[in-house]
Structure formats: structure tokens, C-alpha cells
Design a protein around this ligand. Sequence first.
Ligand SMILES: [Zn+2]
Length: 384
Amino acid sequence: MQTHIPPRSPDRRSLLRLGAGAALLAPLPRIWTPRPGPGKTRRVILVAFAGGVRTRETLGTPGNVPNLMRMAREGVVFPRVRTENLGHFGAAMTLFTGISEARGIRDNARGGDPTVFEYVRKELGWPADQVWISTSGGAQQANYSYSLHPDYGEAYGANTLDGDGVFNAEFRSIVDAYGKPKELSPREAELLARMRAALLAGREEDSQEDAASFARVESFLFDELRNGTADLRGAGAADAKALRVARNLMAVFRPGLLGVVLQRADVAHGSYNAYVEVIRRNDAMLGELFDAVRKDPELADSTAIFVVPEFGRDKDLNVRRGLDHGDGSDDLRRVAMVAWGPDFRRGAEVLEDVRSIDLCPTVCELLGARARHSRGRRLRQLFA
Ligand SMILES: [Zn+2]
């Protein structure tokens, strides 16, 4: 894929001066191909179907999730994944670190354990634009992109795109104005600065190559805003945006590792029906992402996809006819994971227990890295 930088206008220059102006003079980034791992898998998409989702409303009600079922029929289902109920943030973090994040992890703070993103970037030497995380919103979720571990950390972090924070109507208006002969108002400049801060986990480019990749990212972002991601609305729109961004990232950057974090299913606390609606919509968006991979011959033969909630929900409805998470039931503590990819068995079901901490080391190994600090084990049941 070629970097496309639109023709310059005074306006474009003033936008870029806010950050990546140097990129216009930088050479195009080289075309990057992931180094061969042990099998055919060169890319992994890890979808944290989070917000608390029970198996009863997914595999237990196939009509809610036709796309997940499609993936399951061609892949491997683990109906008994043990999770720890540590709150949404810690439990989702566990999927990325392969460690039960029980050590007093505070909401809205980075963890101390390296993430899957850091493992692959450090060990495989992957450039910044090959490792991404697309989130459904909130500053808190930016903390999944890298840890505070002294051997890893920011230098090996994932690029973060917060779909709901960036792809909303307010930003859309900047893009509509973009390219017209008009100076940015202070408000527009502030919005643009915020958008840039949401990129690359706030890092500054420190080499020509980084600068070039920065410019590519910026151009992706503007295209994304033009192409309607900001127009996704209604129940669960933030999750829908995260999945749409993920699909487009696959098409544009073809990254080696892409995390997606959803969260809107948590409306279940107040309404069971709204929760089911979010699950159905997320399944439809997941179908878009799945098809984008399957219909691209190169991606189809090289990409593995994992979809798993961080934990489930209670067995019984609460007084509001919603579902909380705290009863210690199997509905809460066991979730279903679906895995699909060129190295995996097809149409298989693994009836034994596995753990949500096993995901991180499995992803690392697929790509040829090692999750040195993870307490999980490789999911050997994936393979024939
Ligand atoms: Zn909750």
C-alpha cells in the first residue's frame, strides 16, 4: 500500500504544522512484511468482546450472533474459558497481559505487566504502525496500549484509536472544513490537537520513519472521518465505531497485531433488552471485520481472529430486569471464546477448561514471540 498524502493547500499545511509537518518531506515508509512465524499466521486480531457478555446470549442463542457462529463453524470454540471477576478494566487487561490483574489494579491507570503489544514489538522489532488497538471509548482504555514495566513500556506500545472520542460529529465538522481556504478557529485547533493526542498514544515522532508513519496515520484518520465512521449512532455506537475502525485499519495498514476493546454490553446493568441489542449490533460489525479478512486473499491466508468477553454476567436478572456481574455463577465466570485462523482446526469444540490468561501467550507464540511474564499457557487445542 502506498502512502497517499493529499495535495497541499495552505489549510493542509496549517493542520500538519500542529504535529507532523516534517512528514511531508520524509521518504515514504518501506513496505513492511511481517517476519514468518512458526505457522501460516502473520497477523492476529484480538477482539475483547467486553462489557460482560454471557455465553447464553451468544453461542446459547445463535440467532443473536450469526457472524460469530459462522466464525465458530470454520474455527475452534472454547465454551469453557475461566475468567477472573476483577472489574471490567482489570479483566480485559488480563486478556492482553496473560496475568490475572489482581494486584490492586486501579481503574484508569496503566498496569505493571507487559502487554501482548509490547512483547511482539520488542521481540520481533515491529514498527509502530503494525501494532494497533481500537477502543470504544474513554481515557481508561488507552491504558491497554502499553504497561509501565521497566523492560517494556511506551516505546513498544500499540497505536491507540479511541473510536468514540475521535469519530464523532464534532471532529467530522473539522474535516468538512478541511481543504477549504479557511484558517482554523481556536476551537477547531483545539479539537485537532485532541485528535492528534489520541494517536500513537501521544508519542512524538523521533525519526524520519516515525514521522512518515505519523503522516500515514493522520491521512487514515481524515479518510476515516470522511467515510462515515463518525455517523454511526444509537445503542452501542461506540463499540460499532471501534469495530469499523478495526476493519479499516486492516485494509489500510494490514497490521501484524490489532486489539479491539468493546464495552457497551455493560448497559445490561440497567436493561437486559438493551444488552441483547448491543450484542446483536456488535455481531453485525464483527461480521464486517470478518468478511474484510476473508475476502482479501492475503489476509485470509495469514490472519487469525480471537473473540472473547472479559467475563460473563449473573445467572438471574436484577430488580431492574437487568443483569449485574457479581454472583460467582458459571454464567459469570466462564465465557466462550471463538478462534479462527489459517493454522487452526476447523469446526472444533474444546470441552476442557482453559483460562483467559492463556490467550496472550498463545498470540505471542503464533507470531513468533514469547510472553515472558505471562502465567498462561499456549492453547495447544487450537491446532490439529
Ligand atoms: Zn459492569
